[in-house]
Design a protein around this ligand. Structure first.
Ligand SMILES: [Zn+2]
Length: 148
């Protein structure tokens, strides 16, 4: 299954290849203070492949807090956060927002509350290595344009 998503204005878009087709997409409604404020509900497939396309990188800000081991990619134009990344041992891991999905049957998405409060940094990074998407590519459309 190829899952497409984007922020509201389309500056940040993603394609997530999820094989085999998921019977359901587990989604974690994170209870951290940032995710509560903007309604962050995340999913990942450890064997999935994620391609993120950023049309205008100057219109994206990255936000970190707490342990500062994760970066929230915030579209400066529309305020939506479609993707979060974490660089661990030189590899980029990611989760995507189910609220940024386009054209995915909503009944496929199974939302459950999740709390990672009290988790130590080592446990947190180990969990991301197990659960987050480990094949992540970023494309910057503007840069690709310039070099073409
Ligand atoms: Zn946007």
């Amino acid at each position: 299954m190829l899952i497409r998503g984007r922020c509201h204005c389309g500056n940040i878009a993603f394609d997530l290849a999820w094989e085999p087709d998921p019977a359901e997409i587990p989604a974690r409604a994170c209870s951290c203070t940032f995710c509560v404020k903007h309604g962050g509900v995340w999913t990942s497939h450890p064997r999935g492949a994620l391609e993120v396309t950023v049309h205008d990188p100057s219109a994206v800000s990255t936000y970190g807090f707490g342990t500062r081991t994760a970066e929230f990619h915030v579209c400066k134009r529309c305020g939506v956060v479609p993707v979060v990344t974490s660089r661990i041992d030189g590899r980029l891991y990611a989760v995507v927002s189910v609220n940024a999905f386009e054209g995915v049957e909503p009944s496929l998405v199974h939302r459950t509350p999740a709390s990672f409060d009290g988790e130590g940094t080592d446990d947190r990074l180990a969990r991301r290595k197990r659960n987050w998407i480990a094949d992540v590519t970023f494309h910057e459309a503007a840069l690709r344009h310039r070099s073409a």
